[in-house]
Structures are given as C-alpha cells and as structure tokens.
Write a protein that binds this ligand. Structure first.
Ligand code: C5P
Length: 396
C-alpha cells in the first residue's frame, strides 16, 4: 500500500523524535520514498545523520545555506503526504497561527499535499486550553490529526500525550492511501444536526442531535475525494474544511435546499435528526406567560428522505438513518422500503455511550438487497468510514 508513495516527514523537538528512526525504517521497508525535514530543536533529540542514513536522503533543515536554497514549494508538491511526527507543542502552535520561521513551517504552509500530524507532548501541555484550541485550528485547516496514546511520559507522569507508535502511524497512512480517491468525482449531499421549529421569535421545538455523525461523514467523504454538499441545522460542531455548507434552521428550509441539491448529487446521506412535527403557527411576538397550561398545535413536517426517494434516479443512491427504540430491525426495513432508500443505517440507543451527543455510536446497515451489516460500538469517525465503505463496496 505504501510502495512508491512519497512521504515528507517533518521531525520536531520532542523526546518522541527517537521513534522517528523506527518510523523511517518501517516506511522504507514498506517501499515508500522518504525525505526528512528537521527543526533545529529536533536535532537535540536525534541526529540528522541517523535519519539521513535510514531515509537514504539528505536531511533538510535550513531554508538556505551559503551555497543553496531549499525549495519549500517543490518539496510540498513532491510529496503524496506530509507527515509531522512527532509534532511538538511549539510547532503545533506555530502551524495553528500560520507562523513561518523555519523550513518545516514554510513547507507546511506551501504544501499542496494532505498533511498528517502525530502530536507528542507532556500530559499537562496536552491538556492546556491553548493546545486544545490549536488542535481544533489545525483540524479546521484540513489536517489529519492522529490521536496521542496514554502511558508513561518522559516527565515520569502517566497520562495522555505519547506520540502514536510508529506501527500505528504506518497503519493510519495505509488507511489514508486505501481510502484516498475512492469517491473522486462523486458529489455527496449530507444532512446533519437537528432542526429548530420556531414557536415564537425566541423559542423552538428541537432535539439534542449534536451533528457529530454528519460531520464525521462529511470529513470522511472529503478525504475520499468527494465533493460534499452539507446541509446542516444549528450545531456547535466544527464544519470540516472543503465542504460546501448551507446552514438552515427548520425542516422546511432543509427540504427546500435538499430538493435543489439532490438532482446534482450522486448520493444523499440523510443523517439529520429532522423534526417530525412543527408548530402550526409561529407567533410574531414572544408568547407571554399567562394561563397555567397552553396547548400547542403541531403539524407534520415534510419527510425529506421520502421526497428524495420519490425523485431518485437509477444512478443515484439514497441513505437514510433510523433511530429506533423498539422492533428495531422491522422498523428499519419498513423505512428502507417506504422511503425508497438504498441503505438504512439503524442507530442503537440501547448501548451505553452511543447515540445523540456521544462521540460513539453503534449501527447496523441494511441494504435493499436484504443484506445486514452489524458493527460494534465505535467512535463516530470510524462509524463514518464503515458507512462509506459499505456503500462503496456494495454499490458506488
Ligand atoms: O421516519 P423517520 O423520521 O424515523 O426517518 C429517519 C430518516 O428520515 C433519517 O434519515 C432522517 O434524516 C430522515 N428524515 C427526513 N425528513 C423528515 C424526518 C426524517 O429526511 N422530516
């Protein structure tokens, strides 16, 4: 999988830099071509001679010396992926803010290839609010951030902050290249988050959907090379870089946008928790507190998934979600048929830690050929990959 891949490895000043030697060895053994850029601080932890010998390429560190200039633009264009491992707290902060005071950062800022980051730092630095903000920023800028591992740290503390092991980084690279471009040329419409149905200017009927699952799907589809059209209700989740997003509030607005976008899409994944009912009347002024009880009259919203199922062409795929609390399989299969969907993703709320607001989920996918694909309780990021893999392997 990594044979012939061009990997630009950035090494920064962290004790985990000693693992870069093994990482390069594994990459070269797997057939990858590796070029290494080190920051000055990294050289205090491991020698350029070691990394240069293992990578079979001269290690780069300076933007220029007396006789030559390292062309940062061509380096970022040469690579299939830029991997920064270990990524120190300092370099993370500089990346998040667009600083450019060494060769590694100038290559990063001019790189046209994807960038994968493997942070490594002590527990307290890892937990600092500024580190958390910087991690969100670099993810928002489209970089892939690998999780840190928990365990013994250089300080003697035991906790999170260790760089992912080289074997895990290799696995992540293989995963990245395997899924890369599997949806190239496809346009995918994704709905995410809740809808808010107004009762008056300040109140609404809503639900506690976070939008996490839809965002994970959008990010995964982008990483596979798809064009993603995201229609999202009110959410505080970060919108993945590269998606074309339309923000809506109500089910009616989501319906209008989806009806416009579906005809230009190859596939639609309806992940949003759309309100089933909306107030018959939304008051222009705030409803005053007066009588002890009030009666709200509600009417059904338009079923977007069903409407798309009615206009679906043979070359389009439609994926719906089903959140059931009883007769789960029976209800999911009913939905698959009634809404003319190609796949229904059944969510289980019975498992602890799964569902709305949680970062994990447990699903079973049903397709219209009668196949059933169950999955275990997993992070939503992995669930998103399972959903897209099932669709790609079975239809797309
Ligand atoms: O019928 P039910 O609401 O359980 O179906 C859930 C599926 O239908 C989800 O994919 C959801 O996004 C979609 N849906 C919709 N429009 C609605 C209600 C649900 O697209 N008004």
């Amino acid at each position: 999988m990594l044979k012939g891949k061009k990997i630009l490895l950035g090494v920064t000043g962290s004790i985990a830099a000693y693992k870069s030697a093994l990482l390069i060895r594994l990459l070269v053994t797997a057939g990858a071509e590796v070029k290494v850029i080190m920051t000055t601080a990294a050289k205090d932890f491991i020698s350029p001679l070691t990394l240069g010998t293992l990578s079979k390429n001269k290690v780069l560190s300076d933007i220029y010396n007396e006789s030559e200039w390292a062309n940062h633009v061509s380096l970022g264009r040469w690579a299939d992926i830029m991997l920064v491992a270990p990524l120190s707290c300092n370099t993370l902060s500089k990346m998040a803010h667009g600083a450019c005071d060494n060769l590694l950062l100038s290559v990063y800022l001019s790189a046209t290839c994807p960038v994968m980051l493997a942070p490594a730092m002590d527990e307290d630095m890892w937990k600092h609010p500024s580190t958390k903000e910087n991690l969100i920023a670099v993810q928002r800028h489209g970089n892939i951030v690998l999780p840190v591992e928990s365990g013994e740290l250089a300080s003697g503390l035991i906790g999170p902050g260790r760089m992912a092991e080289p074997a895990i980084i290799i696995e992540q690279l293989e995963f990245f290249f395997a899924k890369n471009n599997t949806l190239k040329g496809k346009t995918i419409l994704i709905t995410a988050g809740p809808t808010h149905e107004p009762l008056d200017p300040v109140r609404f009927i809503g639900n506690s959907s976070s939008g996490k699952m839809g965002m994970a799907l959008a990010k995964d589809a982008i990483e596979r090379g798809a064009k993603v059209l995201l229609v999202v209700g009110p959410t505080s989740e970060v919108i993945p870089t590269g998606v074309e997003v339309t923000h809506i509030k109500t089910a009616e607005q989501m319906y209008e946008v989806c009806m416009q976008l579906f005809p230009i899409s190859d596939m639609a994944i309806m992940c949003a928790a759309v309100a089933d009912y909306m107030p018959v009347k939304s008051e222009n002024e705030k409803i005053k507190k007066s009588s002890d009880t009030i009666i709200l009259e509600l009417k059904k919203t338009k079923d977007i998934l069903k409407a798309l199922g009615e206009i679906k062409k043979d070359n389009q795929l439609l994926v719906g979600f089903a959140l059931e609390t009883n007769n789960e399989k029976e209800n999911a299969l009913k939905k698959l048929k009634e809404k003319n969907a190609d796949f229904i993703v059944l969510n289980s709320l019975k498992d602890k830690g799964a569902g709305f607001g949680s970062s994990k989920n447990k699903i079973t996918i049903f397709d219209k050929q009668g196949n059933e694909f169950p999955f275990g309780l997993k992070p939503k990021k992995e669930i998103a990959a399972d959903i897209l893999n099932s669709i790609i392997n079975n239809h797309a």
